[in-house]
Design a protein. Structure first.
Length: 319
């Protein structure tokens, strides 16, 4: 247990990012890097613009996004080097999403950008129909999914930018899509959850009254509803399997990585709950890219190097 005193001054309520060795935190208008084991702050730098969301981190890079749309990338192996920067169109709305080879972020202009996570540079952007205020989700090795305020869900090839499918849910989306076990879960405003097929975008079912996706177990999807209850759904049909009162729960984390239900209180109590049957955690996606994946991405030429194309020449537009 540790609690660095340096974070208590000007600390902001932005989600941190971590890899196996380093924790990246935004405090005030500065990016701080801490040693994960001890909490020691070993590097600090003031960001160029006011941050809009928490950072994203891989083993080699940390990305930040500002309210004015500026994205900055810091290489952990060479922190003295000036960060790579890109000025997006619109305001930054959510934390970036990073993989072994790509980094993705959104703006309120309805633009989804996908860049090279190892070298900087933008591969392409999607100009969607409707503002985007969510972090995209990765699907498999090449898919990426994003949602808009207009209730549209887009599925793209993450490496080429080609639009694979587009589905209208009929409800405004203000939370990030969740990709789990072949399905895309989208919570609509003011409430209700939809499941789409990850490959085709086909709408499979919708359940009203749901306000938050919490976790997906081996045979159930766990959510919170507008009556302060835990609801267990059948992932194949959307049928309600069980309901438990949850009025005493103050914090419920959305866990898209594994089957653990993470609950907490404002006083600092954290609880982990799981289904009784599986003896081991069910993990859906790696928390960070593996070293092998990152080393492979480092060796591959980027799309920008190979094609020598600008971001404006690689734009997917939804007309």
């Amino acid at each position: 247990m540790w609690s660095p005193s340096e974070l208590k001054k000007g600390f902001t309520d932005l989600r941190p990012a971590a890899n196996e060795e380093t924790l990246a935190v935004i405090g005030g208008s500065s990016l701080l890097l801490l040693k994960r084991e001890s909490g020691q702050v070993f590097w600090k730098q003031r960001l160029t613009s006011v941050p809009a969301a928490g950072p994203a981190s891989s083993r080699k890079m940390v990305f930040t996004i500002a309210s004015n749309g500026l994205v900055e990338a810091f290489r952990l192996e060479d922190l003295d080097k000036a960060p790579w920067g890109f000025q997006s169109m619109g305001r930054g709305t959510a934390r970036p999403r990073i993989s072994a080879s790509t980094v993705s972020w959104s703006t309120d202009y309805g633009h989804l950008y996908v860049g090279d996570a190892m070298r900087g540079g933008v591969k392409y952007r999607l100009e969607a129909n409707g503002n985007i205020h969510t972090t995209p989700a990765f699907v498999g090795r090449r898919g990426i999914v994003t949602t808009t305020e207009a209730g549209l869900v887009y599925g793209l090839d993450r490496l080429t930018g080609n639009i694979r499918w587009r589905t209208a849910t009929g409800f405004e989306s203000r939370t990030s899509p969740i990709a789990v076990k072949g399905g895309i879960y989208v919570v609509g405003y003011p409430n209700g959850i939809s499941r789409l097929d990850a490959k085709t975008g086909e709408k499979q079912w919708r359940v009203g009254g749901i306000t938050k996706f919490v976790a997906a177990g081996s045979q159930r999807v766990f959510c919170l509803d507008n009556q302060q209850r835990f609801v267990a759904l059948d992932p194949e049909t959307g049928k309600i399997i069980g309901v438990v009162p949850a009025s005493g729960i103050e914090v419920a984390m959305t866990n898209a990585h594994a089957d653990r239900i993470v609950l907490g209180t404002k006083k600092g109590l954290v609880q982990f709950i799981r289904e009784a049957q599986p003896p081991l955690p069910v993990v859906y996606v790696p928390l960070v890219p593996t070293k092998k994946e990152e080393d492979s991405a480092e060796l591959r030429p980027s799309d920008q190097d190979r094609d020598n194309a600008s971001a404006d020449e690689n734009t997917a537009t939804d007309d």
